[in-house]
Write a protein that binds this ligand. Structure first.
Ligand SMILES: [Fe+2]
Length: 480
């Protein structure tokens, strides 16, 4: 109840209190604004003419600051135009003085009813938003996608100016920090007091602070913050990180509903992050196990030790040289690491001194096929099977196991073939000494178009020359 005349505001306050409403009074616009900053109200009923700040200015300020309250203007000057002007500036309703008490009640009732509908609408909207957002978050299997969804949803559904996200390792050490801002960024992630936020979260409660109460969660050089909302990304037993929404706009405070929304989103995102980590861990474990087998196999023979790693490095260089999409570069790299994994299935000693017998050679030739049998049942390794199985095919169709020709041979296989041959020729073998780089390159060039894809040989030559030049410039030993 805002009026500079003590009698009027007192009478109205008493009357409305008797009707069961909770009322506070203020003597002018400025006093009203001070109260609005610390307490939330449903309706402000204000006089027009008051010292310091009048009714119209109060309504405009409330509108500009986005304070969540309905305003009703009282005017003693009888002109409907003034009231209409107030409505245009954002007033919800008006009362013309002198008024009957029933009119006041009617306006207040109508206002409260309106507030209730708006609030229910908002809850419905929040529920739909929440449903949509959690669906998006929980169907994604990429970490960056989940985090991006979480931050964008927070920006969309709350008055946040900035959203900052930290992921942490077991010891609380920050492993990833990412942010989005509605406009230009005004607060740096380092200006959040992470220790204080984590300490607050340890109690299990999200942090929602306004005005001066934000200070403990910020460093001293941080800009002035209107409202701060921080929620942990929690899975049972552990906090994976935290998401902090910051409003720097005066009047834009986070609501209780938004705190709940962010808590739910944070919980959903945390579960997704944990899932993704487990999934990636599982993949890595599989990959390491198989690489372990391949290396154990190499280690049994001193001549082939390190072969897979070198072929991997060479193949990757060629794939990058050929400007292949990064996804393909990864697949080729993995295929190279495991290209000879099928030798696990060959029970004969294939690296004995001297030539292999015809029977031993047949067994040896089965290793790409054994490779397929080992890798194919593991769904996420399936993309590398094509490269592994075809690394002994030849451009002219005289290779094995399928005798594929030209571009029928998967590109990964054509790249592996060159890298594999280069490393085999430049390494010592049980039956001969290592050949020099120059001799090997001459031989590979000679076989372009018969054994090898000429385009791959070109790329291989460029890549390896550049690599050797780099080694030379950096004073590293040039691999032979
Ligand atoms: Fe092989």
């Amino acid at each position: 109840m805002v009026d500079d005349e003590l009698v009027i505001r007192q009478i109205l306050a008493d009357f409305l209190t008797m009707e069961g409403y909770q009322v506070q009074t203020a003597e002018d616009g400025r006093a009203a604004l001070e109260k609005l900053q610390t307490t939330s109200f449903d309706i402000v009923i204000s006089d027009m003419k008051m010292p310091r700040m009048g009714g119209i200015e109060l309504i405009e300020t409330i509108r500009d600051r986005g304070v969540d309250v309905l305003t009703v203007i009282m005017t003693a000057y009888g002109t409907v135009e003034t009231a209409i002007d107030a409505m245009k500036k954002g007033a919800y309703d008006y009362l013309l003085k002198p008024f009957k008490m029933e009119e006041v009640i009617r306006v207040v009732e109508r206002g409260l009813q309106n507030r209730k509908l708006v609030r229910e609408n908002m809850i419905l909207r929040e529920t739909i938003a929440l449903y949509r957002a959690t669906e998006e978050i929980s169907t994604s299997l990429s970490l960056s996608e989940v985090l991006d969804q979480l931050m964008q949803t927070t920006l969309r559904e709350t008055p946040a100016d900035e959203v900052i996200l930290h992921l942490t390792a077991e010891g609380g050490q920050v492993t990833l920090c990412t942010r989005v801002a509605r406009e230009a960024s005004r607060i740096a992630p380092e200006q959040l007091n992470l220790a204080a936020l984590f300490a607050a979260h340890a109690g299990g409660q999200p942090v929602l602070a306004n005005g001066d109460r934000c200070a403990p969660f910020l460093t001293e050089d941080a800009p002035e913050v209107t409202s701060l909302l921080s929620v942990p990304l929690r899975v049972p037993q552990r906090i994976l990180g935290l998401i902090t929404a910051v409003s720097l706009t005066p009047g834009n405070r986070f609501s209780e509903g938004q705190r709940k929304l962010l808590s739910l989103l944070g919980g959903r995102a945390a579960a997704s992050v944990e899932n993704i980590r487990l999934f990636e861990n599982l993949q890595a474990t599989f990959r390491e196990t198989i690489q372990g087998f391949a290396r154990a196999l190499e280690a049994m023979d001193r001549y082939t030790a390190g072969h897979s790693d070198r072929v991997t490095r060479l193949s990757r260089m060629v794939a990058l040289e050929m400007d292949l999409p990064l996804e393909d570069v990864e697949i080729i790299t993995q295929a190279a690491l495991m290209h000879d994994v099928g030798k696990i299935g060959c029970q004969a000693n294939l690296n004995k001194p001297g030539k292999l017998s015809a029977e031993e050679y047949e067994i040896f030739k089965a290793h790409p096929t054994f490779g397929r049998q080992i890798l194919e049942p593991i769904s996420f390794l399936r993309p590398i099977v094509a490269g592994v199985v075809s690394h002994h095919e030849r451009w002219d169709g005289s290779g094995y196991p399928e005798g594929l020709k030209g571009e029928e041979i998967p590109l990964a296989g054509r790249i592996l073939a060159v890298a594999d041959t280069y490393d085999a020729m430049t390494s010592n073998r049980a039956y001969r000494k290592a050949l020099s780089h120059e001799v090997t390159m001459k031989e590979i060039r000679r076989c372009a178009g018969t054994q090898f894809d000429p385009a791959v040989v070109d790329a291989f030559e460029r890549a390896i020359e550049r690599y050797r030049e780099e080694c030379r410039q950096r004073g590293l030993p040039i691999p032979d």
